[in-house]
Design a binder for this molecule. Structure first.
Ligand SMILES: [Zn+2]
Length: 100
């Protein structure tokens, strides 16, 4: 089964496969989806950078343990084993900002 790319990019939630912690959110197109499945590592697409591999510059790559699609196939869940922090700030997860 593949995501529905008919309306463009599909959001990909990245979760630590061992702890369940949500690490980051990025976007995929068909090319990055295929690269992820072929390589077993997390690849994404951004409008600025185009195709990019998570950790290609930082070394903090992500080994993909499991890939799931949501009910209507327009969102991806990557369950990963991260080599290091997910966030460019050095935080384990990008979601460290509290509100209110
Ligand atoms: Zn971040």
């Amino acid at each position: 089964m593949s995501p529905d790319f008919s309306s463009g990019l599909v959001p990909a939630v990245v979760q630590n496969a061992e702890t369940g912690k949500v690490l980051m959110l990025a976007y995929m197109d068909e090319e990055s989806w295929t690269k992820t499945l072929e390589s077993g590592r997390a690849w994404f697409h951004s409008r600025e950078r185009g195709l990019w591999e998570k950790g290609a510059t930082s070394g903090n790559t992500m080994e993909v343990v499991e890939v799931r699609l949501d009910c209507d196939l327009d969102a991806v869940l990557l369950r990963v084993r991260p080599a290091g922090p997910a966030c460019h700030t050095g935080a384990e997860s990008c979601f460290f900002n509290e509100t209110g």
